[in-house]
Every structure is written in structure tokens, then in C-alpha cells.
Write a protein that binds this ligand. Structure first.
Ligand code: BT5
Length: 306
């Protein structure tokens, strides 16, 4: 949402405020105030006008309203429907943008890792954060972990005991609630841009999802305000991004994988054993019984508890 429009919203939130007073306050014309108020009403904000002026009523549950009240420095670009928020964020990266969050209600071409399909019906939180962290490319996995921690915290605040499966899944009782896809461009010693995509099944019917073990917030019995959820997720992600040393300890705290018996397929080998720890920048340590193996990436299956 445009900067001035957000300031108009903040103004009417403090209301009632008259059009002329708001125009003075924001140093814009009265006609411009009126135009912004009309556009906001069209976007679903309730802004009744009375003799005392404008006053903010209800705020839409999702949509462009995600930008309103967000306490993190992301420009929010919202789409009712888009092929893939990660694809759009990559495009914005190529245009030189940074600190952007692309958010959608529905994706028609959502992607998982290794070009798998990510099913993204209307009602989800499908978002991609574009950042330029200025770290070596090898550190990129840390941002996947940060997104998993941010998602877990936002979901826990909504009342659901989610945990993290290494490296990129947020689970509720073993069922997949969210997945993360991190993409980047850069040279070995420096990431140019990083796009962290989060797919969170919010108000989605699990019957519409492909995996038998998928779940959603609504299926877990929680009716969330997707705007607040998205904001909390972005705020937590920003905080972790600013203080990287806190990412691994937080991840350990929420990890569902540590202490479990796991099987990890890396593409060229399979490693089975007990997951004992995670180390920078996101490597899983697995005790196979014959020694400890460090696995940087792969698909992880939780076997029985260790
Ligand atoms: C992931 O891949 O889990 C990463 C998902 C990232 C999606 C976000 S949405 C916003 C942004 N824009 C994009 O286009 N993508 C990102 P992976 O670990 O490879 O898991 C993919 C597998 O999860 C699929 O093969 C299915 O089995 C399963 N799956 C597909 N859609 C699902 C859903 N909505 N919920 C749970 N599981 C799903």
C-alpha cells in the first residue's frame, strides 16, 4: 500500500478527524484526502464520516490491509490471485527492489522445492519476502530456518502448538501446516538477493490439499485473522534477520526433528539415524550408529521417536 494511504489510515485510526485537519496534518490537499479515503473504503476498510470527521471502523481480514499496522520495513504488494509470489518476488529482485513482501490469497502456480507443485487455494497465506542480507551464499539456509521459526511463532500465538521438521516444514502433530522455499542469486562470497517463500495453510480445507498428511489452521479448529498472522510472521522474520545469532537457538527450541529417528534423502544418498543437533548454517547432524554425519540439504522423514 502506498505510503500516504497508510498515513491517512493512521490518521483516521486516531479519529474522528476532519478532512481539512487530516489534509493539514499530512500536507496534502483535501481532494487527495477524499481520494485516499474512497480508495480505502473500496479496499474494504470501514471509514464512516460524521460531523466530527472520519473515524476508522473495521479493518479487512486480509488483502492490502496487511500493510496497515505492520511493524517491519517491508513494502507489501498484495494480489488476490497470482501464479507464484516467489516468482513475482524474483522479478522484483531483478528490478532492483528490496524489503518487499509479496502476499497472495491464492496462487495458481505455487512451487515447492525441486519444482514440486505447492497447492495454494484461496484462504491461505502465500507470501514471499525479498531481502538483501549481504552474506555469503553458503549462509542462505539460515534464512529458511528463520522463516520456519517466524512461522512457528506466529502460529503459536494463534494458539496452535506447531513444531519444525528439518529443514523447511512447520508441522502440527506430524501434519504439514506450512512449507518454505528459499531462492537466491549471488556469487559465492555474497548473496545479491534472497527470496524466502512461505506457504501457510490458514483457512484452507485439507481435502483440497494433495498430501494426506497436510493440515490447516481452520482444520485445527482455529479461526485466524490472516492479516495479523501475516504481520506477526513478517515481523518475527525481520527481527531474526536483524539478529542472526538468535536463529539457531530459536530453531532448536521449536524443532520436532531433534532427538528423533530420521531418514534423509539427499539426492545421491540416504542417511538414517538419530538427529542430534543442527549447526550453522542449517546442517543437520545425524548419528547413524557408525558415526555422525552432517547433512546440508535433503528431504527428511520422521521415523519413530528415538
Ligand atoms: C515446500 O516444498 O514445502 C515449499 C513450499 C513453499 C510454498 C510457498 S507459497 C509462497 C511461495 N510461492 C511459491 O510458489 N512457493 C512459496 P517441499 O518441501 O518440496 O514440499 C512440497 C510437497 O508438499 C508437495 O510435493 C506435496 O506433496 C506437498 N504439498 C503441496 N501443497 C501443499 C500444501 N498446501 N500443504 C501441505 N503440503 C502440500
Amino acid at each position: 500500500m502506498q505510503e500516504t494511504r497508510i498515513r491517512v489510515l493512521e490518521g483516521v485510526e486516531q479519529g474522528p478527524v476532519s478532512g481539512p485537519a487530516l489534509a493539514d496534518q499530512l500536507d496534502i490537499s483535501r481532494a487527495a484526502v477524499w481520494k485516499h479515503v474512497e480508495a480505502l473504503r473500496e479496499a474494504g476498510f470501514e471509514i464512516p464520516g460524521s460531523d466530527d470527521g472520519y473515524k476508522l471502523g473495521s479493518v479487512p481480514e486480509f488483502g492490502p490491509a496487511v500493510a496497515f499496522g505492520l511493524e517491519a520495513p517491508f513494502d507489501v504488494i498484495y494480489h488476490d490471485s497470482i501464479d507464484s509470489t516467489n516468482r513475482r518476488a524474483r522479478e522484483l529482485a531483478a528490478e532492483g527492489r528490496s524489503n518487499v513482501a509479496v502476499v497472495a490469497d491464492e496462487q495458481t502456480g505455487g512451487r515447492g522445492r525441486l519444482d514440486r507443485t505447492w497447492v495454494s487455494p484461496s484462504g491461505g497465506v502465500w507470501l514471499s519476502a525479498l531481502v538483501r542480507p549481504g552474506v555469503p551464499a553458503a549462509h542462505a539456509p539460515l534464512y529458511t530456518l528463520a522463516a520456519a521459526v517466524a512461522t512457528t511463532r506466529a502460529v503459536r500465538e494463534a494458539g496452535i502448538e506447531a513444531g519444525i521438521k528439518w529443514p523447511n516444514d512447520v508441522l502440527v502433530d506430524g501434519r504439514k501446516l506450512a512449507g518454505i522455499l528459499t531462492e537466491m542469486e549471488g556469487e559465492a562470497d555474497r548473496v545479491t538477493w534472497l527470496v524466502v517463500g512461505v506457504g501457510l495453510n490458514a483457512d484452507v480445507d485439507p481435502a483440497a490439499l494433495p498430501a494426506a498428511d497436510a493440515t490447516s489452521l481452520s482444520a485445527e479448529g482455529v479461526n485466524v485473522d490472516r492479516r495479523v498472522l501475516t504481520q506477526r510472521l513478517l515481523e518475527e522474520f525481520h527481527t531474526l534477520h536483524e539478529s542472526r545469532e538468535t536463529i539457531l537457538p530459536a530453531w532448536r527450541e521449536y524443532a520436532d526433528t531433534l532427538g528423533r529417528s530420521v531418514r534423509v534423502e539427499t539426492g545421491d544418498r540416504t542417511v538414517e539415524g538419530e538427529a542430534t543437533d543442527i549447526e550453522f548454517p542449517g546442517t543437520l547432524r545425524i548419528d547413524t550408529g557408525d558415526g555422525v554425519e552432517a547433512v546440508a540439504a535433503g528431504d527428511c522423514e520422521h521415523l519413530r521417536p528415538a
